[in-house]
Design a protein around this ligand. Sequence first.
Ligand code: URA
Length: 262
Amino acid sequence: MSVVPRSDWIKLLELQCDWGADEALLDAAQDRRGQSAPMARVAPVRATVAAGPTAVGGPAPSGAPIGGSIDLSGIDTLDALRAALAAFEGCALKRTATQLVFADGAAAAQLLLIGEAPGAEEDRIGRPFVGPAGQLLDRMLGSIGLDRGMVRIINTVPWRPPGNRTPSEAEINQCLPFLWRHIALVRPRAVLLLGAVAVRAVLGRPAPITKIRGQWQEIIVPDLNHALPMLPTYHPAYLLRKPEAKREAWADLLALRRRIER
Ligand code: URA
């Protein structure tokens, strides 16, 4: 991990104070909040990558995918995945969005972050997390010595839902094969799930973010023959609305850093 630039030190200290780290006794930040988060259950195995309603596990989504079953197993580069997604007609969000928002950051990153969906700024610029939530995300990453160039950032759905509404279950499922393939191609050591939509996508069912955050999930990703540790935490947009939740998000970031330093 590279060192945080000197010019950012004060900003990072302010962020940490903001988030409840009010004593600096050691070089490394410590989580003094007592028990560490428990390792959680193993999620259902998803052996196939297909867009059909029966292929992703769990109940059929409420809207049928337009694209039918798709096989992405021959896609073995991120450029090819981007091209396949750009050509995909199986999700109606594509028709109302300005452009595809594919990813940001390193192609082979130890840490992959999964958000919800592009917002207005992301839709305009074509990069994930460039609006106010993205600026907070940058500060969150900086607070644990990371920046965008060191991680991979993607969204559960790569097109902006109209009016920034939450993507529907059908839309999430339509885009899910691309999400799995993206994870398999990046092969990260850990995944940070930003908010309930990303959690719902990888678990295959909804889970209250306030309960599940901070609990590592071992998720079997199609095409990876091992479980991948995924940590749910609050979405930065939620933290902007509810600053008091930053203390818990800070604990999650420290847990994440411990994990990737292992
Ligand atoms: N929120 C997200 O979940 N993703 C983005 O890219 C921007 C805001």
